[in-house]
Design a protein. Structure first.
Length: 193
């Protein structure tokens, strides 16, 4: 059980407004980061989706035959995301739902996900091994997970612990595309069982 002092940090709702700011594209382009990993027709899981900074570009990348599964623990955040998705005309490509801190609530999607994008949120997880068990079950054999933590916010030692947990959960590290060096980032593949 976590106390207030030991509970992992969770991004406050007001911060989502800042994170969805279009000026952020100058520092972190969703397309540049995700395009090498996403193809039309894919099913992508985005845990900790927030207001959809990465969701809307992902929905455009997967195209009309793809799907982006978004989950967040904050109901107000998911409601705001759904309004943004509706306004963008991408409702048929995005399934957004509220999850609990320890259950993604996607058990019915077992073996259907091609890619999981864990962007700026792995350090917030209350149960990393449990999260990784769920992700492993959701991924197709050979499915991938892109992990990116905020530079300067997650210490290298903490990121190393996260990557070791991924390895223990059955993931193998893959080479990173150019341009991501110097950031706490990893591209991982689910090993076949």
């Amino acid at each position: 059980m976590h106390t207030e002092e030991t509970r992992p940090h969770r991004c406050p709702i007001w911060m989502h407004w800042l994170l969805a700011n279009p000026l952020r594209r100058l520092l972190e382009s969703p397309e540049a980061l995700l395009q090498p990993h996403v193809a039309p027709g894919m099913t992508v899981l985005e845990p900790g989706c927030g207001f959809g900074y990465f969701t809307l570009p992902l929905a455009r990348m997967v195209g009309p035959t793809g799907k982006v599964l978004c989950v967040d623990v904050e109901p107000k955040v998911v409601a705001r995301l759904q309004r943004r998705v509706d306004r963008a005309g991408l409702s048929s490509r995005v399934a957004a739902s509220v999850c609990s801190p320890t259950d993604l609530g996607l058990g019915a999607r077992s073996g259907q996900v091609d890619l999981v994008t864990v962007i700026h949120m792995m350090h917030e997880l209350e149960d990393l091994p449990g999260f990784l068990r769920q992700v492993t079950a959701l991924l197709k054999p050979g499915g991938r997970m892109l992990v990116l933590e905020p530079k300067g916010h997650v210490a290298p030692a903490r990121f190393a612990v996260e990557l070791e947990a991924c390895r223990e959960a059955g993931f193998t590290a893959l080479p990173l595309p150019a341009g991501l060096e110097g950031r706490p980032v990893a591209l991982l593949e689910r090993r076949s069982h």
